[in-house]
Design a protein around this ligand. Structure first.
Ligand code: SDX
Length: 428
């Protein structure tokens, strides 16, 4: 294989170096293209463009492979815990028992938020979407911890910002839900593990304890692991772009939360349930909605289907589909929209439109069914995605700073008016 690519432009030949990753992925390094030739490349949606090199997550869309720091997602989902996976993603190795306990204890000690945050929370109407509250309150952490704004924080200071964010986001998320219900907030309890603590803050009341069910805790743990990172997706690329301007971790993650909210991205898990409910209310005719999804004149899309990278099954969807059956059985929950989801999947996987376009269920297709079964309300589904994705965002933000990457600033091809003189009002 050649060490460089040759590009011939206007009769001149340019050589651009080839980059090969540890999984044999190949790229043409075009860093010098414009300086040498005056040309830039154009790739709307960055479908063919690598923005960085990264050692955090590897995925192979053709083979349906996903690994965090080399460990297969199937093994981590079965054997690890969300806090251990967070440590792995952020620090690059599986922690020793001592490291894990210290990490987990530090997180527990930082779950409280400044009481003034409740004043910000009280300012939101109960109709506010929890994702809007989450993005705003995560950004407000810069006000409570202004030292986090220093781009030259020491390693210890960065670690403290990381711990604070991992700890407080679950409190903020649960409190945003309580706000939407008009209910009093529930404070974290340090004796509980991460997932149990979150569930307790979500579903306990001052008047009534929440019975923590190990089946529910295990399901939530698995879901958070499956969402923890996914290389350079839309929201992670947003975190990296904002972070590349030396913006703080909190500002960068707040921006990532907003990007994740989009229904084409993390907002799809809420959109899937709303779609399944619509199909159920319409009489449950999956084939009718498959035809709508294929109709170019119909804006309807099969939410939870298709993926920019996976042109084979999303490995996470396989694990979640199996977990959905297990959790609903264990909890004795019968959810008719699970059957609609399975019928829809079956119909789509046998329809040439979806087969030709390699459209398979993605991580969002079944996750909402489990969230519903464990009592998470639909408008909190994307918040759950953000809770899971946080360690990945943190790891990617930390990596870009450690790699001392330049500020992100893509080029463009201008297609507007060429030069023209100003026209005074009387002559328009
Ligand atoms: C996530 O990137 C990540 O890693 C994201 C994520 C992560 O962990 O961070 O995996 C999480 O965001 C999962 C995706 C969740 N979104 C959805 O489920 C929304 C529905 N899916 C899509 O809108 C779509 O599939 C995308 C956005 C996911 C991917 O879009 P692409 O890669 O830009 O593909 P495209 O829109 O150009 O579609 C290619 C073709 C088009 O048809 P043609 O123009 O070729 O005729 O496939 C069609 C599309 O119309 N198509 C669909 C479809 N998805 C694509 N048609 C019907 N239903 C769909 N869901």
């Amino acid at each position: 294989m050649s060490d460089f690519a040759e590009i011939i432009l206007d009769g001149k030949t340019y050589q651009m170096p080839i980059v090969v990753g540890t999984e044999d992925e190949k790229a043409i390094d075009i860093s010098a293209l414009r300086a040498q030739s005056g040309y830039v490349t154009l790739d709307p949606g960055y479908k063919n463009t690598g923005a960085t090199t990264s050692a955090i997550t590897f995925l192979d869309g053709e083979e349906g492979i996903l690994r965090y720091r080399g460990y297969p997602i199937e093994q981590l989902a079965e054997k690890s815990s969300f806090i251990e996976v967070a440590y792995l993603l952020i620090y690059g190795h599986l922690p020793s028992e001592e490291e894990l306990n210290a990490f987990s204890d530090r997180i527990k000690r930082h779950t409280l938020v400044n009481e003034d945050m409740r004043k910000i929370l009280d300012g939101f109407p109960s109709t506010a979407h929890p994702m809007g509250i989450l993005s705003a309150l995560v950004s407000s952490l810069t006000a409570f911890y202004p030292e986090s704004l220093n781009p030259n924080q020491s390693k210890e200071e960065v670690d403290l910002s990381i711990i604070r964010l991992l700890a407080k986001i679950s409190t903020i998320a649960a409190w945003s839900y309580k706000n939407s219900q008009g209910h009093p907030v529930i404070y974290p309890k340090n004796k509980l593990d991460y997932c149990s603590n979150f569930l307790n803050m979500m579903f306990a009341y001052p008047t009534e304890d929440y019975q923590i069910d190990p089946v529910v805790v295990s399901a939530l743990n698995k879901l958070l692991i499956l969402h923890a990172d996914h290389e350079q997706n839309c929201s992670t690329s947003t975190v990296r772009l904002v972070g590349s301007a030396n913006a703080s971790l909190y500002s960068s993650v707040s921006a990532g939360i907003s990007a994740l909210w989009g229904p084409l991205h993390g907002g799809a898990n809420q959109a899937v349930i709303e779609m399944l409910e619509e199909i159920k209310a319409d009489g449950g005719d999956s084939k009718k909605f498959i035809e709508k999804a294929k109709d170019k004149n119909d804006p309807f899309r099969l939410m939870g289907f298709g993926h920019r990278v996976y042109k084979n099954f999303d490995p996470r969807a396989k694990i979640i589909k199996k977990a959905a059956d297990e959790v609903l059985t264990a909890l004795g929950v019968k959810d008719p929209i699970l059957n609609i989801a399975k019928e829809l999947e079956e119909a789509a996987l046998n329809d040439p439109y979806f087969v030709e376009r390699k459209l398979y269920p993605n991580v969002d297709f079944y996750s909402g069914i489990i969230y519903r079964a464990i009592g998470i309300p639909t408008n909190m589904f994307t918040v759950m995605f953000a809770l899971g994705r946080l360690p990945g965002w943190i790891a990617q933000w930390k990596e870009l700073r450690e790699q001392k990457e330049p500020i992100g600033r893509p080029r463009q091809i201008y297609t507007g008016e060429t030069e023209r003189d100003y026209v005074p009002m009387e002559k328009r």
